[in-house]
Design a protein around this ligand. Structure first.
Ligand code: SF4
Ligand code: F3S
Length: 106
């Protein structure tokens, strides 16, 4: 499966959802999560993310491993998103900021 990681938080550019052939992105208030049961590993979303927040499970850096479980959990609670929308007005300011997990809204 592919995994959305920390740098998506408060950036949420949503370019990723447009290319997913199986609609596995789910939208929360300031983060997106991939449903691991739906993802077919097509690889299309990874290069689309301007925040470089998407990784293959196989390439997931050790410090981001907890996002695997988090995507599985949050995708069950959030609705599917298939069309891109405008990112938050301050998305660029948050791009690359460390320790954004504390800002995750559920
Ligand atoms: Fe969707 Fe493909 Fe990305 Fe999986 S790898 S979330 S199937 S676009
Ligand atoms: Fe997030 Fe990147 Fe998609 S910032 S919403 S994973 S395009």
């Amino acid at each position: 499966t592919y995994v959305v990681t920390e740098n998506c938080i408060k950036c949420k550019y949503t370019d990723c959802v447009e290319v997913c052939p199986v609609d596995c992105f789910h939208e929360g208030p300031n983060f997106l999560a991939i449903d691991p049961d739906e993802c077919i590993d097509c690889t299309l979303c990874e290069p689309e993310c301007p925040a470089e927040a998407i990784y293959s499970e196989d390439d997931l850096p050790k410090e981001m491993e907890h996002f695997l479980e988090l995507n599985a959990e949050l995708s069950q609670n959030w609705p599917v998103i298939t069309e891109a929308k405008d990112p938050p007005a301050d998305a660029e300011e948050w791009d690359g900021k460390p320790d954004k997990l504390q800002h995750l809204e559920r």
